[in-house]
Each structure stands twice: as structure tokens, then as C-alpha cells.
Design a protein around this ligand. Structure first.
Ligand code: FE2
Length: 173
């Protein structure tokens, strides 16, 4: 009796749609995958920053309440650019909140935190996680020769690191 031939399962390409990009389908597949990871992280971060904006209490309220909203607006812009880049490359933006909750690399945000400096600490940790993901995705963009995606991620990384600095400085670090 002959053995059944082993089947190699080839995952379906994420680059399903036409694109004006000159990158190969395989390169676009890798980029769409990593951009969707950052999309999930960004959506989660945006939601967590808003939680902090709403629930913060303490002597630093007057500074942190509007600062957190500035962060949320910036992250909203990043999320939109990341999603649109994935679509420009011929993919789909997996931007539903239920998907983001499953796919995010960020730690859960504790629901009962109110103190101002505790929010600053928690958000700082999450901005660092988001920044790590941006660096990883930028490395993939560089490997694939996609300067445009790499540049976009560099700009986001610079703003993310700046906001992480604001949070560290608030904590006196
Ligand atoms: Fe508000």
C-alpha cells in the first residue's frame, strides 16, 4: 500500500486586489500581514488612551485629560494611515474592534484605574509596545524594499516615542 502524498498547505495570499505598487505579490502579502498587526495594536491603543482620558482623576487631571485626547487623535490618524496602506497594497484592512481585541499585542488595560500617574505609567508601557511593533513592521518594509511604508512607519514611530517621552517626564523618569 503506497503512502498518501504529503500535502503542503499554501496559505492564501493577502494581496487579493490589484495595486499600483510595483512590489511582488509575496512582498505585498508580508506587508499587508504586518500592517494588519499594527492596525490591531493601534485600535487597541486608541481605545485604551480614551479610557484613560475619561477616567483619570487626581492633581494632574487638568494636564492629563487633554493630553490623553491629543494622544488619541494622533493614534486615530496612525490607525487610518496603516489601514489605508494595507488596502493600497491590495489587501483588506482588518479593522473591526472584535478582531483588534483578539489580535492586539498590547496588555489589557485594567478597568478600575483612576489615579493620574497610574494612567501615565500604564499608557507609557503600551506606547512602548506599540513602538516595538512599528519597528518590527518597518524592518519588514525595509527588507521588502517598500520605502514608502518604511517612511510612514518612521513618522509614526517618531510621534509615538515623543508621546512616550511626555508620559515618562510626567512620572519624573
Ligand atoms: Fe473627551
Amino acid at each position: 500500500m503506497s503512502k498518501p502524498a504529503s500535502k503542503t498547505v499554501v496559505p492564501p495570499s493577502l494581496a487579493r486586489f490589484s495595486s499600483s505598487s510595483r512590489l511582488s505579490e509575496n512582498s505585498r502579502h508580508r506587508l499587508i500581514a504586518t500592517l494588519n498587526e499594527r492596525l490591531a495594536d493601534g485600535l487597541d491603543l486608541q481605545s485604551q488612551v480614551k479610557l484613560a482620558h475619561w477616567n483619570v482623576k487626581g492633581p494632574h487631571f487638568a494636564a492629563l485629560h487633554p493630553l490623553f485626547d491629543t494622544f488619541a487623535s494622533a493614534v486615530t490618524g496612525h490607525v487610518d494611515d496603516i489601514a489605508e496602506r494595507a488596502v493600497i497594497l491590495g489587501g483588506l484592512a482588518q479593522g473591526g474592534v472584535r478582531h483588534a481585541a483578539r489580535a492586539s499585542h498590547l496588555a489589557d488595560y485594567p478597568a478600575d484605574v483612576v489615579r493620574d500617574l497610574e494612567h501615565a505609567k500604564l499608557l507609557g508601557e503600551r506606547f512602548d509596545t506599540f513602538a516595538e511593533g512599528l519597528r518590527a513592521s518597518r524592518s519588514i518594509a525595509e527588507e521588502e524594499g517598500d520605502i514608502d511604508t518604511a517612511d510612514m512607519l518612521t513618522a509614526m514611530l517618531q510621534e509615538t516615542e515623543k508621546h512616550a517621552w511626555f508620559l515618562r517626564a510626567t512620572l519624573g523618569n
